[in-house]
Structures are given as structure tokens and as C-alpha cells.
Design a protein around this ligand. Structure first.
Ligand SMILES: *[C@@H]1O[C@H](CO)[C@@H](O)[C@H](O)[C@H]1NC(C)=O
Ligand SMILES: *[C@@H]1O[C@H](CO)[C@@H](O)[C@H](O)[C@H]1NC(C)=O
Length: 227
């Protein structure tokens, strides 16, 4: 059964401020060592803001289409009976796939003390695809609707980084082993490269009919079929 991305869909978030590993001589760390810096990505991101349809968290929650079947994992000290799993249907199988692996989890209650983001209660789960297609499919984040009364459903959003002046690419090698939502920013652990920071103010809709490649495609943009 094909476990492809094509129906998994959606949107892109861009990274900025990537501190790289340093081989400089030893010195004591100071607060300034932890300050995020705007990177050369800023002008490229601004150009995408003009060229592509910007979407909000609410747009994703209003357009989700994969189910999270309820589960009751057999673990000690279970505090809630509202566990959930991933969709497993005839043409889409996140539950048994060996192409993608769920990693970190964070919620809108991490983002803001009031517990929601623009009125939406959401879980974000990072996934890597290190062993799928030589890792070129990158890393993605599932947006899971946890709103009261709402059916538990989710949609995948691909994480991308700018490439050149007007293009973008998936992030090969991003294991996304941890994730934290704080305000409008998403911090994703990059095992040997520090933290990647993605900005919910820069999520974009692209052409979901472009299924086999990512980035600029003629006058359009696509991302392996993601919407
Ligand atoms: C989910 O959305 C994608 C992209 O919009 C679409 O191609 C796919 O058919 C949808 N899947 C379901 C199960 O509705
Ligand atoms: C680092 O800080 C410690 C404690 O203040 C100090 O003893 C040490 O000399 C510092 N090392 C360097 C390389 O600056």
C-alpha cells in the first residue's frame, strides 16, 4: 500500500536565524551567545509573503482532513483517556508507515498561557523522514485539532528553508527530535545544528498538484503535493 505524502497536504513555514556549530577557542558563555540573529533569509521570506498566499493556524484547522482515531495506550499512570493515533486508510497510512516517524510534541498551551492560539486548541507533532527518499522529503509538523467538541483531525505542514532569492527546499537531515511552540514561533531541534526557528506568520499555500518536486516550478510553487 503506498504510504505517500500526496494526500497529507499543506503549507510551509520558513526558518530564520540558524546558529551553526563553532570551532572557536574555548570561552565562557554569556547571555549574548544565546541571542537569535536575523539571517540572510529575511528578504527572501519577504518576497514569498508577496508571491504566495499566506495562511494562518485557523486556516489549517478549518481545512484538516486526516483522522486521529482514539487510542488507550496500555501504560502506567495514564492521566487521560483521550489518547489518539494517526490515520490508516486505504490510500494513506501514517499509523504503519516506515517513511515518517513522529518525534516531538508541543501544544497551544505551551504557546500561550491561556491555552489556545487565535482561539484554537492545537497539538503540533514533528516528524522526520531520514530514511525515506534519501531524506529529501525533510521534516513536517502535524497540526492536530484538539478543540472542544471537534473531531480529532490533523493536517501535515512541511518545514522548508529558503533557497537562493526566490526558491525554497525541504530540510534534509532535520531529525526534528524535539519541538516547542512559544508565541508565534516554533523551535525545532536540529541534532547537531542547534535550534531551527520557524515563524507561524510565514506559512504559505502552494499548488498541491505539483507532486514530484519542491519549490519553484515555472510560475508556480509546489511541495511534493502538500497544499
Ligand atoms: C486531504 O487534502 C488533500 C489536499 O487538499 C487532498 O488531496 C486529499 O484528497 C484530502 N484527503 C481526504 C481524505 O479528504
Ligand atoms: C570562565 O569563568 C570562570 C568563573 O568565572 C573563570 O574562573 C574562568 O577563568 C573563565 N574562563 C575563561 C576561559 O574565560
Amino acid at each position: 500500500m503506498p504510504r505517500n505524502l500526496l494526500n497529507s497536504a499543506l503549507l510551509l513555514v520558513f526558518a530564520f536565524g540558524l546558529p551553526g556549530p563553532s570551532n572557536a577557542a574555548w570561552k565562557n558563555l554569556t547571555v549574548s551567545d544565546y541571542k537569535l540573529k536575523q539571517s540572510g533569509y529575511s528578504s527572501t521570506i519577504a518576497s514569498f509573503d508577496k508571491a504566495l498566499l499566506n495562511v494562518q493556524v485557523g486556516d489549517i484547522i478549518g481545512d484538516i482532513n486526516h483522522s486521529n482515531p482514539s487510542t488507550a495506550p496500555n501504560v502506567k499512570h495514564l492521566v487521560t483517556s483521550s489518547g489518539y493515533s494517526w490515520e490508516s486508510s486505504s490510500d494513506f497510512d501514517d499509523a504503519n508507515t516506515d517513511k515518517w516517524y513522529p518525534q516531538g510534541i508541543t501544544t497551544s498551551a505551551d504557546a500561550y498561557e491561556k491555552g489556545d492560539f487565535d482561539g484554537h486548541r492545537v497539538h503540533l507533532v514533528s516528524w522526520h523522514s531520514d530514511n525515506y527518499d534519501d531524506g529529501k522529503r525533510g521534516a513536517r509538523v502535524a497540526f492536530v485539532n484538539r478543540g472542544p467538541g471537534g473531531t480529532k483531525k490533523y493536517r501535515h505542514v512541511l518545514l522548508v528553508q529558503p533557497k537562493g532569492e526566490d526558491d525554497f527546499e525541504a530540510i534534509t537531515g532535520l531529525h526534528a527530535g524535539g519541538i516547542l511552540w512559544y508565541g508565534t514561533l516554533i523551535y525545532v531541534v536540529d541534532t547537531t545544528g542547534g535550534l531551527r526557528v520557524f515563524d507561524l506568520a510565514h506559512m504559505y499555500q502552494v499548488d498541491g498538484n505539483i507532486k514530484d518536486n519542491i519549490g519553484k516550478s515555472g510560475t508556480k510553487y509546489g511541495a511534493y503535493g502538500y497544499k
